[in-house]
Design a protein around this ligand. Structure first.
Ligand SMILES: N[C@@H](CCC(=O)N[C@@H](CS)C(=O)NCC(=O)O)C(=O)O
Length: 218
């Protein structure tokens, strides 16, 4: 098998989604750390790999794939065992749609470059940035909770009782919300699904706080 390299960082929610999928599919990989707090994403070497200066990036078989959603779908196609996309068109649309609430509509508002901009341009200190992040996590949590209830397709997981793409996205949402101190109790169905994911080995191993460089919990 060609080697698989994930460029990630302990705190990155997008890298967490991809790392969890690699573990879920039992794909051997090595992870190279891009320390976002030290600005490694702007280094010349990383610029050549991903001129957008964001992680995750997956290297496999001479290919470079960016954007966690694209990476997860790439992985699912190249390693079809334990598929994460349902076969019916409507269920596929459902898991992609619910995933995008966090991947496209929530997470981009809380990434370092946004928080740095809030700080530099609008003078928001750490507390101001945390309150901003909590607001957007709450909006996302409520939107996802509503969809889980109204679509009526979830079970133990986002779609019925099997892990799908939706679970990698939703679990990263809750892990991020907790890291930023948001009140996740506003979305009990979502939390129950995320905690079921976090009880599995793949998600547990991939959790941001279990990665090298993460602060030790006292
Ligand atoms: N939509 C992208 C998000 C990529 C992204 O913004 N990643 C963050 C870490 S989770 C990052 O590298 N941020 C660097 C920065 O903001 O400077 C994905 O899902 O892969």
């Amino acid at each position: 098998m060609m080697s698989v390299t994930l460029y990630g960082f302990w705190r990155s929610l997008a890298a967490f989604r991809v790392r969890a999928l690699l573990h879920y599919k039992e794909i051997p990989f090595n992870e190279k750390i891009i320390n976002l707090l030290e600005g490694d994403q702007f280094s010349a070497d990383y610029h050549e790999r991903n001129p957008q200066h964001v992680i995750p990036l997956l290297e496999h078989d001479g290919h470079r794939v960016t954007q966690s959603l694209a990476i997860m779908e790439y992985i699912d196609q190249v390693w079809p065992e334990r598929p994460i996309l349902p076969t019916s068109a409507i269920e596929r649309a459902y898991v992609r749609s619910i995933s995008q609430i966090t991947i496209a509509d929530t997470h981009p508002l809380v990434v370092p470059r946004i928080r740095n901009y809030l700080n530099k341009t609008y003078g928001q200190d750490e507390a101001g940035q945390a309150s901003w992040a909590q607001h957007w996590f709450n909006e996302g949590s409520l939107a996802i909770e509503q969809r889980l209830k109204s679509d009526g397709l979830c079970g133990q997981f986002t779609l019925g009782d099997q892990i799908t793409l939706g679970d990698f996205a939703l679990c990263s949402h809750i892990v991020g919300a907790r890291l930023f101190g948001a009140d996740v109790s506003i979305a009990p169905t979502l939390v129950a699904i995320a905690d079921r994911c976090l009880a599995t080995e793949a998600f547990m191993l991939s959790h941001p706080m279990k990665q090298s460089g993460a602060p030790i919990k006292k």
